[in-house]
Design a protein around this ligand. Structure first.
Ligand code: NAD
Ligand code: MG
Length: 406
């Protein structure tokens, strides 16, 4: 029997983290969970530790770590519990670990994802914000260490599957365009004036996918697709004008690659993250994912439309930041993270999300990226600018609760 592959899951208590454990549990002969990490949700992490018996668990706060340590000890577990951001990086680069699932949300996942790339791991990348904010830095690290970077985002996983295995860039491989599909989210057909009144729960009720709250709001604004355009630029080394977004409400075609001969190759499947996760875990082979198989006749019809940029200004802002280059995507991401947090807290209206991002992009100098420090500095500056905007805007802005409560 070949040795089992050891795995660290960064962000195991989230939506992607849980789906990863679901796939792993189907293949106990192939994978061993070595480390699990979470921000909080100690109950979920505690249960995961009992079920998967990792050697190490990491939480951010020491108080939460002490509590988890005591509970695990009482339950007879020998799992070590660590705390702090540095411990996240350590479990990402452990010599014993071969595979790292990067499933933390936001730029918070950048350092541990980078650590895994620098250590030459097989990196399963769900944490798109790491590539959006530090694309050049992360891709350089992958090249320097010989790490394998496998996209988990369903669109990029689809593109990866539709590209030749010896893909050498768009020109060399005859790729004309990459077509990223987007469901359009819960507000695709809502009358525009009603967008002012939508609540966080409505924004998080995605028609096809169940996901964490941040990415759900990003899907509703379509900033998610904007971030994915930037992600595709780095993963596949394609210029922005060769990346197109197509609305596809059924979320069955996960993305497509158009070749110079007119062929278009797509990857299809039911919308279930366990497919891209299983693909990456098994790569270069295929393993079972536990997903329901696709019944095309039952689905009947697949629709495709062009995105409406008036409804989804975030998509335009993301293309703009990608064209501007340097730290502009980092600034875009930071402003979006602040805006989504405020929207979810009920302090910012849905339509103010792009307003805030545009103001921050216009109010911060974007510079070239020479290393991680430039990225982190741009992130800090953008967050400061966003906070200043919020303070100035709040007295005259329409608080969400007031707008939604009428
Ligand atoms: P989630 O909110 O459900 O889970 C996030 C995980 O990260 C949790 O385990 C949480 O404890 C941890 N975390 C959050 N903040 C942290 C911090 N500051 N430090 C350390 N850990 C922290 O999110 P999700 O939906 O699973 O998404 C995770 C990532 O995968 C995101 O980047 C998202 O864009 C991407 N993604 C998700 C899906 C999906 O279906 N959910 C699909 C494609 C891509
Ligand atoms: Mg996606």
């Amino acid at each position: 029997m070949t040795a089992r592959q050891r795995l660290t899951i960064l962000g195991s208590t989230g939506s992607v983290g849980a789906s990863t454990l679901d796939v792993v549990a189907r293949h106990p002969d192939r994978f061993e969970v070595y480390a699990l990490t979470a921000l909080n949700r100690a109950d979920t992490l505690f249960k995961q530790c009992l079920e998967f018996q990792p050697r190490i668990a990491v939480v951010l706060e020491e108080a939460a770590a002490q509590d988890l340590r005591r509970r695990l000890h009482e339950a007879g577990s020998r799992c070590e519990v660590h705390s702090g951001a540095a411990a996240l990086e350590e479990v990402a680069r452990l010599r014993e670990v071969e595979i790292v699932m990067a499933a933390i949300v936001g730029i918070a996942g950048l350092r541990p994802t980078l650590a895994a790339a620098q250590a030459g791991k097989k990196v399963l990348l769900a944490n798109k914000e790491a590539l959006v904010t530090a694309g050049a830095v992360l891709m350089d690290a992958v090249r320097a260490s010989g790490a394998t970077l496998l996209p988990i985002d369903s669109e990029h996983n689809a593109v990866f599957q539709a590209l030749p295995s010896d893909y050498a860039g768009p020109a060399a491989s005859g790729v004309r365009r990459i077509l990223l599909t987007a469901s359009g989210g819960p507000f695709r057909t809502l009358p525009l004036r009603e967008l002012d009144r939508v609540t966080p729960d409505q924004a998080c009720a995605h028609p096809n996918w169940t996901m964490g709250r941040k990415i759900s709001v990003d899907s509703a604004t379509m900033m998610n697709k904007g971030l994915e355009v930037i992600e595709a630029r780095w993963l596949f080394d394609v210029p922005p004008e060769r990346i197109e977004v197509v609305i596809h409400p059924e979320s069955v075609v996960h993305s497509l690659v158009e070749y110079v001969d007119g062929s278009v190759i797509a990857q299809l499947g039911n919308p279930d993250m366990r497919t891209p996760i299983a693909y990456a875990l098994g790569y270069p082979g295929r393993i079972e994912a536990g997903v329901e198989f696709l019944d095309l006749a039952r689905i009947g019809a697949l629709r495709f439309e062009r995105p409406d940029l008036e409804r989804f200004p975030c998509l335009k802002l993301a293309y703009g930041a990608l064209a501007a280059g340097g730290t502009a995507p980092t600034v875009l991401n930071a402003a979006n993270e602040v805006a989504v947090e405020q929207f979810l807290a009920g302090s910012l209206g849905f339509r103010q999300i792009p307003e805030l991002i545009e103001a921050v992009l216009g109010g911060v100098d974007c510079a070239a990226v020479t290393g991680l420090e430039d990225v982190l500095a741009a992130d800090r500056a953008a967050r400061e600018r966003a906070r200043a905007w919020l303070q100035a805007a709040r007295p005259r802005g329409t608080p969400l609760r007031q707008a939604a409560g009428s």
